[in-house]
Design a protein around this ligand. Sequence first.
Ligand code: IPM
Ligand code: MG
Length: 361
Amino acid sequence: MSEMVKTIAVLPGDGIGPEVVEQAVQVLNAVARRHGVTVLFEEGLVGGIAYDETGHPLPPETLALCRHADAILFGAVGGPKWDRIEPPTMRPELGALLPLRKELSLYANLRPARLYPALADASPLKNALLGEGLDILVVRELTGGIYFGTPKERTEDGHRAIDTCIYFSEEIERIARVGFEAALRRQRRICSVDKANVMETSRLWRDIVTHVAADYPQVELTHMLVDNCAMQLIRNPRQFDVIVTENMFGDILSDEAAMLTGSLGMLPSASLGNGSRGLYEPVHGSAPDIAGKDIANPLAAILSAAMLLRYSLDMEEAALDVERAVEHAIEAGYRTADIAGPGDTPIGTREMGERVIERLR
Ligand code: IPM
Ligand code: MG
């Protein structure tokens, strides 16, 4: 049997990005070998560090590297050092992360928020609201809406600013399909979130999602206004299976859903387009205050690596192995500082990585 070789672009970025990505790379190495696949890692500069070293937060070589890779493993970008770069389009967020999503047409952002029973006490919600646990998938549209619409500018006198929210039917239709397909593989319930009482884009959104639903009679569709959804997530989070929503609402609701599970440090994400190439990124940011101290939680990055195995390398068994290893490490009581309870002795970033690797099948 000829051995399979896959190329992964590794973009560690800023803050805790490099430390958590290092652990994810080790996990990928270990699990791929066990499944007979060779992975080649090619590192690229992105974010503030790329700006410092090359003058641009997304150097052309990095973009080229991402285009030829099978998948992209991304750490985090940004930090106080780069918050005041002018123009703002040269800052890590606007100059690297958003263009990367757009250039690679990664329009579907999957953000699973899953509560590990052993971490129920870390959730800010009363345990009575958590029942058997939480398992919500936020499907966020990632390359349209107010993030990218133009005009997007300030007037000369500085007293008028404008952002533009635009959606095309095709953009809504393709993300709706991603949501319905995901729901088919889960509890077959999808909640489409919009602001149709105010926004024209939301009324189009609702029409298109309703239209797509006709192709998925097995899936139960509900519509919810975004303000109500923000409230319902806290009041009764177990009512949700898949939430599909536009770019900015998805940004906000995914942080909220993530926090319900106890720690942003646990949440992975996948950003996908039409092909198999995807970008995988922990939902937490660069956390500059704890960078370089070996205390960051690498599990979000490691779980992002599991999503990479599943969606870009078609290695479902390997993905499950990683997810089980993480679960077992948690069940065995290992905790980084962010998820440690009163009686726990926190372990560091590297040790958490090792605890996961030793639990791989
Ligand atoms: C996210 C982040 C980004 C976003 C920022 C850093 C631009 O909050 O991935 O959720 O708003 O999309
Ligand atoms: Mg966000």
